[in-house]
Design a protein around this ligand. Structure first.
Ligand code: ARG
Length: 460
C-alpha cells in the first residue's frame, strides 16, 4: 500500500499489475525532461505565491540531486513506482520531506507526461535534422567530384538517358532537404506547452502557464486542455517524418546494394563497412545498406502502431496512450544510427567512374537525342522522329552495337534527311550536357543544383 494513489484502495496492487502497468523501465529515458518540467513548475508556483521560496529551494536542491543520482547510475529504478513521474516524486519526498509533497499542486501526470514526451520529440526533430545535414554534406562532397561522370539514367530500371553521377546524388539531396524541412516545421508547429492543463480541465489554482512555458522553451501555451492531455499528433508527426526519411534512405540503400554487385560494379563499399560470408570465402556483402533497407520496415511499424493506438480513443487521457513511447524511442534511435552509418559508408565507398561510363555504352541512351535532332534539324514531327529513331535502334541491335556507334551510312539509309551533324548528337557526353533546362542533368545545371544544396546547408 505504498502507492501515491492508494488512498481509496484497501488492498495493494498485485505484482502482475505492476509488471503490466509500469512504464518506468522505458519512460526513465525522459528523466531530464521530467526534472526540468518540475523545476519550471515549482518556479512558477513560487512566483504565484503557492510555494514559499524556502520550499522552492528544497525542491530545486532535491531535483538537482536526483538528476545527479540518475546520471551517475545510482538511482534505484523500481517498477512499483509505476512511471518516471512518480519515481522521481517519491525520491524527492524521501530526500526533502513535506515540500516534495507540494510539487504536484496544479499538475497531473497527464500534463506532466505530455510536457516530457513532447519536449523529447521536439529535441529529436532538431537533432535528426542536424544528422541529415551531416549526411547531406558527405554526399555533396562526392556529388561535386562527379558532375561529369556519366551514369545511365533509368526508368523502369531500364537504361533511359545519360545523366551524371552528381545529378543522381542530387536527387537524394533533394529528398533529404525535404526531410529536414518536415522535421523543422513539425518542431515549429508543436512547440506548445501542455503544462498547467492538469488532469484534463485546467486548475482552480492561480497559475501562470505562460511563465512555465517560457522557462521550458515553448513558444506558447496550448489552447484547450482537454485536447492537450490526449494529443499525440507531435509523436505521430515525428514517426511519419522518420518513416519518410527512412523510405528515402531505403531507396538509396537499394541502389548501393545494386551498384555493389558484379552486374553493376559502380561502387565498392569499404572493407570497414562490409561483411563476409561464413561459408563463401570470396564474398563481400553490402550488409549496411541491406539493413538500412530492412530497418525502414520497423520504423513504419511504429507509425502504424501509434496510429492504431490513437484510433477511436475517447477524450481525454487514456492509459492506451502510454503505448506511445517505445515505438517513438525505437524509431528515433533507428534513424540516428542509420544516418550515422550511411554517412560513413558513403564517405568511405569507392566510386568506379569507368564502369559507370562504360555502362552508358549499352542500351542506346542517345536515342532521344536522335529524335530531338530529327525534330530540330530536319523539321520532322516528334512522333515521326520517334518512329525513325526506332528503326535506327533496331539496326544497331542487328549489328550488335550501341546507337552512339552506328555509322552515318546506316542512318542515312533509314532517312535521307539525316546529315553528318547528327553524329555530335549521338555522343553521350553531349546528350547529357544538352539537357540545360531548369533542373536538368547538364553538368553546368548540376553544378548549380549542388551549389543550391551547399547554400542550404550553410544557411541553417
Ligand atoms: N505513465 C503514464 C503514461 O506514460 C503517465 C500518465 C499517467 N496518467 C494517468 N492518469 N494514469 O502515459
Amino acid at each position: 500500500m505504498d502507492k501515491m494513489w492508494s488512498g481509496r484502495f484497501s488492498v495493494g496492487a498485485s505484482n502482475l499489475l505492476d509488471q503490466f502497468n509500469a512504464s518506468i523501465m522505458f519512460d526513465r529515458k525522459l528523466y531530464r525532461e521530467d526534472i526540468e518540467g518540475s523545476l519550471a513548475h515549482a518556479a512558477m508556483l513560487t512566483k504565484q505565491g503557492i510555494l514559499t521560496t524556502e520550499e522552492l529551494r528544497q525542491i530545486t536542491d532535491g531535483l538537482n540531486q536526483i538528476m545527479k543520482e540518475i546520471e551517475a547510475g545510482e538511482f534505484e529504478w523500481n517498477i512499483h513506482d509505476e512511471d518516471i513521474h512518480m519515481g522521481i516524486e517519491k525520491r524527492l519526498t524521501a530526500l526533502i520531506g513535506d515540500a516534495g509533497k507540494k510539487l504536484h499542486t496544479a499538475r497531473s501526470r497527464n500534463d506532466q507526461v505530455a510536457v516530457d514526451f513532447r519536449r523529447y520529440v521536439l529535441r529529436k526533430n532538431l537533432e535528426i535534422a542536424d544528422a541529415v545535414k551531416l549526411l547531406m554534406q558527405e554526399m555533396l562532397v562526392v556529388a561535386l567530384k562527379h558532375t561529369e561522370t556519366l551514369i545511365p539514367g533509368m526508368t523502369h530500371l531500364q537504361h533511359a538517358q545519360p545523366i551524371n553521377f552528381g545529378f543522381h546524388l542530387g536527387a537524394y539531396l533533394s529528398m533529404f532537404k525535404r526531410d529536414i524541412e518536415r522535421l523543422q516545421s513539425s518542431y515549429e508547429r508543436n512547440n506548445i506547452s501542455p503544462l498547467g492543463c492538469a488532469a484534463l480541465a485546467g486548475t482552480p489554482h492561480n497559475i501562470d502557464r505562460e511563465m512555465s512555458a517560457e522557462l521550458l522553451g515553448f513558444d506558447s501555451v496550448s489552447v484547450n486542455c482537454l485536447d492537450t492531455v490526449s494529443d499525440r499528433d507531435f509523436a505521430l508527426e515525428i514517426l511519419f517524418n522518420i518513416s519518410t526519411l527512412m523510405m528515402h534512405i531505403s531507396r538509396l540503400s537499394e541502389e548501393l546494394v545494386m551498384w555493389s554487385s558484379y552486374e553493376f560494379g559502380f561502387i565498392e563499399l569499404s572493407d570497414e563497412y562490409s561483411t563476409g560470408s561464413s561459408i563463401m570465402p570470396q564474398k563481400k556483402n553490402p550488409d549496411v545498406p541491406e539493413l538500412l533497407r530492412g530497418k525502414t520496415g520497423r520504423v513504419y511499424g511504429s507509425l502504424m502502431g501509434l496510429l492504431t493506438v490513437m484510433k477511436g480513443l475517447p477524450l481525454a487521457y487514456n492509459k492506451d496512450t502510454q503505448e506511445d513511447k517505445e515505438g517513438v524511442f525505437d524509431a528515433v534511435e533507428t534513424a540516428e544510427i542509420s544516418l550515422e552509418i550511411l554517412k560513413e559508408a558513403i564517405k568511405t565507398m569507392q566510386i568506379k567512374a569507368e564502369n559507370m561510363q562504360h555502362a552508358c555504352k549499352v542500351g542506346h541512351l542517345s536515342a532521344t537525342d536522335l529524335a530531338d535532332y530529327l525534330v530540330e534539324k530536319c523539321g520532322i514531327a516528334f512522333r515521326e522522329a520517334h518512329f525513325i529513331t526506332g528503326k535506327a535502334v533496331a539496326k544497331s541491335e542487328e549489328l550488335n552495337i550501341d546507337l552512339s556507334d552506328l555509322d552515318l551510312k546506316y542512318l542515312k539509309e533509314i532517312d535521307a534527311r539525316i546529315n553528318e551533324d547528327v553524329l555530335e548528337y549521338l555522343v553521350l557526353e553531349n546528350s547529357m550536357n544538352a539537357r540545360t533546362s531548369e533542373g536538368g542533368t547538364a553538368s553546368s545545371k548540376t553544378k548549380e543544383q549542388l551549389e543550391y544544396f551547399k547554400t542550404f546547408l550553410e544557411g541553417k
